[in-house]
Design a protein around this ligand. Structure first.
Ligand code: FAD
Length: 479
C-alpha cells in the first residue's frame, strides 16, 4: 500500500472531552486534550507535503509540517520550540483559532477526507510544555534565563496600548529585538478578550496568565488600570520618552438592536454579560458574589462565537432554557463549527430565521419576553450572504427573563476620541497602512480589531507581527 494511502487510513483522532450533562454544571475546560500517544498517531497522518499549503493558511506562518514531524518522533520540546519561532501564544491559538477556515482548510488530506488536526496538535505541544517546563524560543535560551534570548538593548522605548493578542504579539516581538516595552491596559488584568470575553470553559484564564507571565519574564512591563486617552494621553507618552506607540485597543463597544424595550432590566449586551461573568468572576460564585442576573429562560441574539459563549455561559449560570435567535439560516452562522456543536450538545436551542421586534416588560421594568418575526432568505447582500427578508404576519412571542444581545461590537472609542490626529474611517476604526500598520499620526501604529473590526485572535496576532517589524525598522533604521 502507498504511504499516502496508509496515512489516509488512520482516522483523524477525536479529542476526549467532558460529557455535556456534566460540563454544563461546571466551568472546567470542555476538551481534555490529546495524550502523547494520540498526538503521535495524529501526527503520523501528516503527508509532509513538499509545498505545504497548510502553512499558507496560517497568518503567522508557523512551520506546521516541521512541528508535526517533531511530534511524530516524540520530540515534543523541539516541536514547541518550532512553533514559538513564530507564535508566542500557542496554547491560546491551539484552543480558539478557527483552524477549519485557515491551516486545516488548506490541508491536502481534507480534500478527500478529514484534515490533520493541526490545532489540536498545537494545543498538545503548548500543554505539554506547561507541564514539563518551558522549551527555549531560541537555542541560546535556557529555562532559568529567558532573557538570554533577547538581542542587545537598543535604548528605545515602546508603549503598547491594549493587552489583547495583538498588543501581546507586538510586545513579545519587540522585547526580543532589544527594545524596552511597556504595555498599558485599561482593565485590572491583562489579556484583552482572551480574559474578559472568552469563557473559562473554552480558554482557562491560567493559560493566558502563563503566557503573559512569560512576556514579563522576558522584560515586558505591564501597567494595568491605565486608560490611555484618559489616565494618560498618547502625546504624554511621547513626552515621557516613548519613541513609538502601538494602539491595539480592540473592538469591544456594545452594539444594540435599537428596538423598543432594550432598557428593560434583564437585557444585556454580550460584552457586559461576559465581562461580568469572566473578568468580574460571577462564574466563581459563591466565592465572588458579582451582580449578574442568573436567568431561568435566556434568549441570545446573534450566532457568532460571542453568542455561543453567552449561551453556554447562561447554561452554566443556571438557566433552564437557552435559545439562540438568529435571522439567517444555519449555513450563515458565523461561529466556529465546534462552538455550535458544543452548544447544541449542551442543550442550547436554535431558533433560526427569526428576528426580534420588541422586548416586552412585566409592567415592573423587568424583561418578560420578546416579540419576534420569522424571516426567509432573499438575494445575497454586499457581504455575499443571502439577505433575510421578513415574512408578513409571522410574528410570535418567546418568554424570557434575560436577553443577551450579541450582534457584533464597535470600535473602542476612548483613545481615538482623545487623539484627533489619528484618522478614522466612518465606522470609527483606525486607518492604518496594511503593510506596516502606520497610522496618520507620526510614531503611532495600530492593529487588530481596532483596525479590522472584530475578527480573530490569529489575525490580530498577524497584524501585531507586521507592526512589530515596522516599529523595529523605524527605531533602528529610521523608516
Ligand atoms: P482585544 O483582545 O479586544 O484587546 C484590546 C485591549 O485593549 C483590551 O484589554 C482593552 O481593555 C484594552 N483597551 C481598550 N481601550 C484602551 C485604552 N484606552 N487604554 C488602555 N487599554 C485599552 N477569535 C478567535 O479567533 N476565536 C474565537 O473563538 C473567538 N471567540 C471570541 C469570543 C468572544 C466573546 C469575543 C468578544 C471575541 C472572540 N474572538 C475570537 C475574537 C478575538 O478575541 C478578537 O479578534 C481579538 O481578541 C482581538 O485582539 P486585539 O488585540 O485587537 O483586541
Amino acid at each position: 500500500m502507498e504511504e499516502k494511502e496508509k496515512k489516509e487510513k488512520v482516522p483523524r483522532q477525536p479529542m476526549p472531552e467532558q460529557e455535556p450533562k456534566e460540563r454544563v454544571k461546571n466551568y472546567k475546560e470542555v476538551p481534555h486534550g490529546y495524550s502523547p500517544e494520540t498526538a503521535m498517531l495524529e501526527a503520523s497522518r501528516c503527508l509532509q507535503c513538499k509545498n505545504p499549503a497548510c502553512r499558507n493558511g496560517c497568518p503567522v506562518e508557523i512551520d506546521i509540517p516541521a512541528f508535526i514531524a517533531e511530534i511524530k518522533e516524540g520530540e515534543f520540546a523541539k516541536g514547541i520550540a518550532k512553533i514559538k519561532e513564530k507564535n508566542l501564544l500557542p496554547a491560546v491559538c491551539g484552543r480558539v483559532c478557527p483552524q477549519e477556515l485557515q491551516c486545516e482548510k488548506e490541508c491536502i488530506l481534507g480534500k478527500k477526507g478529514e484534515p490533520v488536526a493541526i490545532g489540536r496538535l498545537e494545543r498538545f505541544l503548548a500543554d505539554w510544555e506547561r507541564s514539563n517546563g518551558r522549551a527555549p524560543v531560541r537555542e541560546s535560551e535556557t529555562a532559568a534565563e529567558p532573557t538570554g534570548i533577547k538581542e542587545a538593548s537598543t535604548g528605545k522605548r515602546v508603549a503598547v496600548v491594549g493587552s489583547g493578542p495583538s498588543g501581546l504579539t507586538v510586545a513579545g516581538d519587540l522585547i526580543l529585538k532589544g527594545h524596552d516595552v511597556t504595555v498599558f491596559e485599561a482593565f485590572q488584568v491583562p489579556g484583552g478578550v482572551l480574559i474578559y470575553g472568552i469563557p473559562e470553559f473554552r480558554l482557562p484564564k491560567a493559560i493566558v496568565a502563563a503566557e503573559v507571565d512569560y512576556m514579563k519574564k522576558l522584560g515586558v512591563k505591564v501597567e494595568c488600570d491605565t486608560v490611555v486617552g484618559a489616565t494618560v494621553a498618547v502625546d504624554e507618552l511621547f513626552e515621557q520618552g516613548y519613541d513609538a506607540v502601538y494602539v491595539g485597543v480592540g473592538a469591544g463597544l456594545p452594539v444594540f438592536m435599537n428596538i423598543p424595550g432594550e432598557n428593560l432590566i434583564g437585557v444585556y449586551s454580550a460584552n457586559e454579560y461576559l465581562t461580568r461573568s469572566n473578568l468580574m468572576k460571577a462564574y466563581l460564585f459563591p466565592e465572588y458574589d458579582t451582580p449578574i442576573i442568573r436567568g431561568e429562560n435566556v434568549a441570545v441574539f446573534g450566532a457568532g462565537n460571542v453568542a455561543m459563549d453567552s449561551a453556554r455561559t447562561a447554561l452554566r449560570l443556571g438557566a433552564s432554557t437557552v435559545k439562540i435567535i438568529y435571522r439567517r439560516s444555519r449555513q450563515e452562522m458565523p461561529a466556529r463549527g465546534e462552538e455550535i456543536h458544543h452548544a447544541e450538545e449542551e442543550g442550547v436551542e436554535f431558533h433560526l430565521l427569526a428576528t426580534p421586534l420588541e422586548f416586552i416588560g412585566d409592567g415592573d421594568g423587568r424583561l418578560a419576553g420578546v416579540r419576534c418575526q420569522r424571516m426567509e432568505l432573499g438575494e445575497p447582500d454586499e457581504s455575499g450572504r443571502r439577505r433575510p427578508v421578513p415574512v408578513e404576519g409571522s410574528e410570535f412571542e418567546i418568554a424570557c427573563d434575560t436577553a443577551v444581545v450579541s450582534i457584533g461590537a464597535g470600535a473602542n472609542p476612548l483613545l481615538t476620541k482623545a487623539t484627533p490626529d489619528i484618522q478614522l474611517n466612518r465606522r470609527g476604526y483606525i486607518i492604518a497602512e496594511p503593510e506596516t500598520g502606520k497610522t496618520t499620526k507620526k510614531g503611532v501604529w495600530a492593529g487588530g480589531d481596532i483596525v479590522t473590526g472584530q475578527a480573530t485572535v490569529i489575525l490580530a496576532m498577524g497584524a501585531g507581527r507586521t507592526v512589530a517589524n515596522s516599529i523595529h525598522n523605524y527605531l533602528t533604521l529610521g523608516w
